[in-house]
Design a protein around this ligand. Structure first.
Ligand code: SAH
Ligand code: MG
Length: 210
C-alpha cells in the first residue's frame, strides 16, 4: 500500500456524488484534471474553517471542485464560478444542481479576465478565492482577487508546481513564467501570509491581512 492510497482509504475520501461527476466527465472525454479527492476535501474544510460566505472559483471544468467548495458554505453562502467554455459551465451547473447547490452557484461564462473586470465594476467582494484556470494568467487573477478580497480572505491556487516544470529555472514556457510571477507576488505582498503544499500538483494558500 502506498501513502496516497493509505491516506485516501483511511480518511474515507470516496464520495458517490464526486465519483459520478468523474464518470460523466470520462464519458464526455473531458480532461481528467479535477482536483484530487483529498484536495477537494481540503477545499471544503478551508471554506468551513474560514467561515467563508462568498466564494469565487476561477476554472470550473466539471464542477468537481465547485461541489467541494459549495459543501463548505452554509445555507446562505454563494459560489461564483468563472469558466471559459459554455459547455463545461453548463455541465458543471447541472452537477452542482444535482448535488443540491442550484440556488447557491452562479456561473459566468467567457475569459475569466473579462468576468473579473465586470465583477470589480459591480463592486463584488469575496472571502475565499480558488484559482485553477489557465496558468499564464494566474498573476492577473491574483490582482483581481486582491482587489475584491475582504479582510481575512483566503486566496488558494492549484497546480503551483506545474508537474515539477516550475523547478527548472531555465524553463520559459508561458505557464511556468506566469506561475513564477504569481508565486513571487503571492509571497512578497505584505498583506499576504502564504504557504505552498506538495499536495496534488502543488497547492498554495494565502491569507489577506485583516
Ligand atoms: N477547478 C476544476 C478544474 C479546472 S481545470 C476542478 O478541480 O474541478 C481548468 C478550467 O479552466 C477548464 O475548465 C478550462 O476550460 C478553464 N479555463 C481555461 N482558460 C480559461 C480562461 N481564460 N477563463 C476562464 N476559464 C478558463
Ligand atoms: Mg488544477
Amino acid at each position: 500500500m502506498d501513502r496516497d492510497r493509505y491516506l485516501h482509504e483511511t480518511f474515507g475520501c470516496d464520495d458517490p456524488v464526486l465519483t459520478r461527476i468523474l464518470e460523466r466527465m470520462k464519458e464526455r472525454d473531458m480532461p481528467p484534471i479535477s482536483v484530487l479527492p483529498s484536495l477537494g476535501r481540503l477545499l471544503t474544510l478551508l471554506v468551513k474553517a474560514a467561515g467563508a460566505k462568498r466564494v469565487l472559483e476561477i476554472g470550473a471544468l466539471g464542477g468537481y471542485s465547485g461541489v467541494c467548495l459549495a459543501r463548505g458554505l452554509g445555507r446562505n453562502g454563494t459560489l461564483t464560478s468563472l469558466e471559459l467554455s459554455p459547455t463545461f459551465a453548463e455541465f458543471a451547473r447541472s452537477n452542482l444542481a444535482e448535488a443540491g447547490f442550484a440556488e447557491q452557484v452562479r456561473y459566468r461564462v467567457g475569459p475569466a479576465i473579462s468576468s473579473l473586470a465586470s465583477l470589480v465594476l459591480e463592486g463584488a467582494r469575496f472571502d475565499f478565492v480558488f484559482i485553477d484556470a489557465d496558468k499564464p494568467n494566474y498573476a492577473n487573477y491574483l490582482e483581481y482577487a486582491l482587489q475584491m478580497a475582504l479582510p481575512g480572505a483566503l486566496i488558494c491556487a492549484d497546480n503551483v508546481l506545474l508537474g515539477d516544470r516550475i523547478l527548472d529555472s531555465a524553463n520559459q514556457d508561458a505557464s511556468v513564467v506566469g506561475m513564477r510571477t504569481f508565486v513571487k507576488r503571492l509571497t512578497s505582498d505584505r498583506r499576504l501570509e502564504s504557504v505552498g503544499l506538495p499536495i496534488g500538483d502543488g497547492f498554495a494558500i494565502a491569507r489577506v491581512a485583516r
